[in-house]
Design a protein around this ligand. Sequence first.
Ligand SMILES: NC(=O)c1ccc[n+]([C@@H]2O[C@H](COP(=O)([O-])OP(=O)(O)OC[C@H]3O[C@@H](n4cnc5c(N)ncnc54)[C@H](OP(=O)(O)O)[C@@H]3O)[C@@H](O)[C@H]2O)c1
Length: 337
Amino acid sequence: MKAVMMNGSGEPRAVLKLDEVNDPKAPQSGEAIVRIHKRIIHPADYQTIRGYLPAEVFTNAGVPGIDGVGVVESVGAGNDCATGIQVGTRVIVYHAKGTWAERVCVPTATLMPIPDDIDDAVASQLATNGITGLMLLRAAEQAIGSQEAPATILVTAAGSGVAQSLIALTRALGGKVIGLVRRDADGGAVSKRFGDLTVIGTDRDDWQDAVRRAAGQAPLVAIDPIGGQMLPKLLALLAPRGTLITYGALDPTPAPVSSGFLTSFELTIRGCSAMGWATRTPAEQRAADFNTLFDLARQSSHLFGGYSEFPLASVVDAIAAAEASPRRGATILVSDD
Ligand SMILES: NC(=O)c1ccc[n+]([C@@H]2O[C@H](COP(=O)([O-])OP(=O)(O)OC[C@H]3O[C@@H](n4cnc5c(N)ncnc54)[C@H](OP(=O)(O)O)[C@@H]3O)[C@@H](O)[C@H]2O)c1
């Protein structure tokens, strides 16, 4: 079968190649072979390819890719049909390594059947990104606790794939969101995607004042995948006892955070990972969470359009498109068939 292989770490053009590799071995009990049709490119993929994230966590023997959408080709002996996973089932693979290959062997427990009315391109965006949005919403709810007035949530990188699910899910529940983008000039397009979302560019000299004015009172929660220099700026905007939920490192430089500041205002910094959701969430809850996302895709289909697709052989161009700024939509790698 064909697979994109990493040869060391560095610029994608220098280290990636579409190669012929062995098919996965026959599935054992509790496993299935899935022929992957589509997978989106995540920042974690190109951060791993460049060596910023550990290859052992985000690749399988040099093949990148942490999720995808495809069709079950075979299942191990003794598979429990009650899981709904059988040969021919169209599934989301939401917790795997090495999905930039034509086939993967994965535990059936990490597969989610896809309803007929959700197409592969949309389903591929719900896999890790939709789940991360939902998980972040839950983390924000925990941080806010019970309050009479809806609390304001600050969401950075508001134009990203994860943020779009997070923002849409939060607003559907009546939550108030302020989006931040890195360039104010791009704020209008992001705001329009959500109707009337307040979006502020962090290139404005007065962006922190603009956030305070828009929020009315200091936000209790900020949700951020940037990190680095952005972290102390967000902490400075939070109300005392507020929480900063971090879920990425788009700025890979270490964050200069003052423990005196955290202590004085009793602030919390909490990390969240979709891998944690996949390994700790009971099966019934995982199915319920995906149903929430399928409904989101039905109700807000415009959020999942505007994607671009590239064959596996054009992986280098696909990564360049995924990194283009501002983001216009998901970038999807498609197998030939
Ligand atoms: N913890 C988890 O389990 C988990 C799961 C999924 C994703 N993530 C993380 O979530 C983040 C977003 O992923 P995604 O797939 O949603 O991204 P995406 O759809 O590919 O979009 C990337 C977004 O990040 C913005 N961005 C990139 N570098 C930036 C920087 N240095 N400063 C400010 N904004 C920057 C881009 O802004 P422009 O539009 O201005 O270019 C764009 O809106 C990544 O860090 C990813 O690793 C974490």
